[in-house]
Design a protein around this ligand. Structure first.
Ligand code: DGI
Ligand code: FE
Ligand code: FE
Ligand code: FE
Length: 187
């Protein structure tokens, strides 16, 4: 299947706004890939597919994930987290994309994780900073992402954790572990 075919499929599945977000993530991912010396086409493909799982029901996403990981705990921390890991498996199986970097960048694009690869950082930050997004703190992360990926990542984790805690929402252990790792890497 060609990139064009994947794009048509994604456009069919995603609601209009989510597809517009995806186009923004693709452009941002290509720009970051160029800047940091990562395969631009691969970054664009991962960005195209990163939210593929989003429109599917919680029930379906849990089914997909439980089949692969019977003791997964994503769902305990909020339904919004499921589209990332479940989406990674769906892309592998429905699109036949076997690339491990694409898989893991989609899998971890919502929580992050300790020891993020360069490729994972680029997809995570492209998702966080694409031009269609606006929320408090995003400008700092946008600026940092052009000069220092690790500083941008730490700013993004900090912002997300503050946002979740301010609403007394659950924070997935990987989100906290990613934050701790980013602090340790800095020092
Ligand atoms: O799918 P997108 O909206 O493009 O972006 P995303 O996959 O990064 O999801 C962002 C949402 O996920 C946002 O509402 C914050 C939430 N989130 C991120 N980390 C955690 C989290 N929600 C919970 N409950 N726990 C987390 O650790
Ligand atoms: Fe997402
Ligand atoms: Fe994100
Ligand atoms: Fe997204």
């Amino acid at each position: 299947m060609s990139h064009n075919h994947f794009q048509k499929k994604v456009q069919q599945v995603l609601p209009k706004e989510r597809y517009q977000h995806t186009l923004g993530v693709m452009r941002t991912a290509v720009s970051l890939a160029k800047r940091y010396g990562v395969d631009e086409e691969k970054a664009e493909l991962a960005a195209l597919l990163h939210d593929y799982g989003k429109p599917f029901s919680k029930h379906h996403l849990i089914d997909v994930l439980q089949r692969e990981e019977p003791d997964e705990n994503f769902s305990e921390y909020g339904g919004v987290l499921l589209h990332a890991p479940a989406g990674a498996y769906m892309i592998r199986d429905e699109f036949g994309i076997a690339d491990g970097e694409i898989f893991s960048s989609i899998y971890w694009h919502t929580t992050g994780r300790p020891g993020m690869s360069l490729f994972e950082k680029i997809i995570f930050l492209a998702d966080y900073t694409e031009p269609g997004r606006s929320f408090p703190g995003i400008e700092d992360v946008r600026k940092l992402s052009e000069v220092d990926l690790d500083a941008a990542l730490l700013a993004a984790y900090t912002n997300t954790i503050q946002h979740l805690a301010s609403g007394q929402r659950l924070i997935h252990p990987m989100t906290l572990a990613a934050y701790n790792d980013a602090i340790m890497q800095k020092n």
